[in-house]
Design a protein around this ligand. Structure first.
Ligand SMILES: [Zn+2]
Length: 267
């Protein structure tokens, strides 16, 4: 599923449409709109004043209105020339722009959705810290894990604590920090919290540089695949050798999610 680096990659791919105006919006199924704080046609002739990301959400800013997309498990968001044909099934939203582009939101499985938002602060009120900002520090991670009995992996996935991390980057960050995914969060030492906060930033940054991870579905703003899947050290490598020590990698379900780790390197 698209996580922070994939949404960031899409954001960067469509940022050159800032300044263009929306001519019209085609919604092919209404149940894809999960929240509606204003009528869609209010956006006609509005200028895209910004493109952003918060956690796993992609945001288009149009003055005081926000058009927000969540790509769920398998969603895509990409640009095409307005007159180019696209017969991809499950296209739910097409935004026609006055610069000759169209923005397309497509999702086979529909776990995501579109949110028409005016009160952005309220919409993201329960969302945790952005891991690539200075707010996400060793101290933040150490303090927030105190007294927590849940596995550290589950805590990393909790969007109310840290925004944007999913299964792939949680596993990869824990490997880099040499911490077992099933370790109780409250048992992390300050040194381990420091290593993990650095590892999270490093893994996410590297993935953004490689334009995200593509297993099956992810495509960037131009419908191209990412490259980070070639650099994964544990995720999806069950029974393959650890690249650091040669031990066979383990897969175990932790907090309901398949988790991949090295039983030797990670303590
Ligand atoms: Zn190892």
């Amino acid at each position: 599923m698209p996580e922070l680096p994939e949404i960031e990659t899409i954001k960067r791919g469509i940022v050159n449409n800032v300044g263009s105006k929306i001519k019209s919006i085609e919604v092919n199924r209404l149940d894809i709109i999960k929240r509606q704080e204003f009528e869609l046609d209010l956006l006609y002739n509005e200028t895209i004043t910004g493109v952003g990301r918060r956690g796993k959400y992609l945001l288009l800013t149009l003055g005081e209105y926000f058009l927000i997309f969540h790509l769920g498990m398998s969603g895509r968001f990409y640009i095409l020339d307005a007159d180019s044909e696209d017969n991809t099934p499950h296209i739910h939203v097409i935004i026609y722009l006055d610069n000759g582009n169209k923005l397309i939101y497509q999702d086979t499985r529909r776990f995501g959705g579109v949110f028409l938002v005016r009160d952005l602060v309220k919409f993201f009120a329960k969302m945790g810290v952005e891991p690539l900002t200075d707010d996400f520090t060793a101290d933040y991670l150490y303090n927030i894990t105190r007294g927590r009995k849940i596995p550290i992996k589950s805590l990393l996935l909790d969007q109310r604590i840290i925004a944007g991390i999913g299964n792939i980057y949680a596993d990869e960050s824990l490997f880099l920090a040499k911490i077992r995914p099933d370790k109780k969060a409250g048992l992390l030492t300050l040194t381990e919290a420091a290593a993990l906060s650095v590892a999270v930033k490093e893994v996410l940054t590297r993935s953004i540089e490689e334009r995200g991870t593509t297993f099956r579905d992810f495509r960037d703003g131009y419908n191209k695949t990412g490259n980070y899947q070639k650099m994964l050290k544990v995720y999806g490598r069950t029974n393959e050798s650890c690249l650091d020590c040669g031990t066979s990698l383990t897969r175990r379900v932790i907090g309901g999610r398949a988790s991949h780790f090295c039983p030797d390197c990670q303590k």
